[in-house]
Design a protein. Structure first.
Length: 187
């Protein structure tokens, strides 16, 4: 842009001095500075600036269009990223579920094995209880037999029989009975 400050000052002075200078003098001074070459240069510069402005507007429109396209691409990429992120999280969750399922399956297998062992133990315990009940009954019968024997051994009637067998005292009587039983002799 050219420097038209002198022309601008004269134009302003002419405007300011409208009342003080004669119109002819104002026009003369203005015409001295504002020659046809100056006006032509102003028009050319104005046209050049108008073209520059139009080019800037076109460039700006192209930049805005490019930015909008980039924004759309960014939004598409962002949506794809979000979708991939969701799919990754889903895959991770499926992986955790599969891992947990394998662990869960192992726990179920162990539970079934323990149930089988418990069932076996119950069967064994029930058999143990039956044997134990039989042994208790047998023990009770033996206890009653032992009580009868002690009563008989300690009674005066049995004491006479045992002395006849050669027992000197009651403790010796158990040995004599054991000996007699071993020989097959039964009193």
């Amino acid at each position: 842009m050219s420097d038209y400050s002198e022309l601008e000052c004269l134009a302003q002075a002419a405007i300011d001095a409208i009342g003080t200078l004669s119109r002819a003098r104002q026009e003369r001074e203005f015409n001295d500075v504002c020659t046809p070459q100056v006006v032509k240069a102003l028009i050319a510069e104005n046209d050049l600036q108008r073209k520059d402005l139009q080019n800037l507007r076109t460039d700006n429109a192209q930049l805005i269009y490019a930015l909008k396209q980039e924004q759309k691409s960014y939004l598409v990429l962002r949506a794809e990223r979000d979708q991939l992120k969701a799919e990754l999280e889903k895959a991770q969750m499926i992986g955790r579920l599969a891992y947990n399922f394998d662990g869960y399956k192992a726990v179920l297998d162990e539970r079934d094995q323990l149930r089988a062992e418990v069932a076996g133990l119950k069967t064994g315990y029930e058999a143990y209880e039956r044997v134990n009940a039989e042994l208790k009954a047998e023990n009770e019968a033996l206890r009653k037999d032992a009580e009868r024997y002690r009563w008989l051994r300690d009674s005066d009637y049995a004491g006479k029989i045992l002395r006849d067998m050669g027992a000197k005292y009651r403790a010796d009587s158990d040995q004599r009975i054991d000996a007699a039983m071993g020989k097959g002799d039964r009193p």
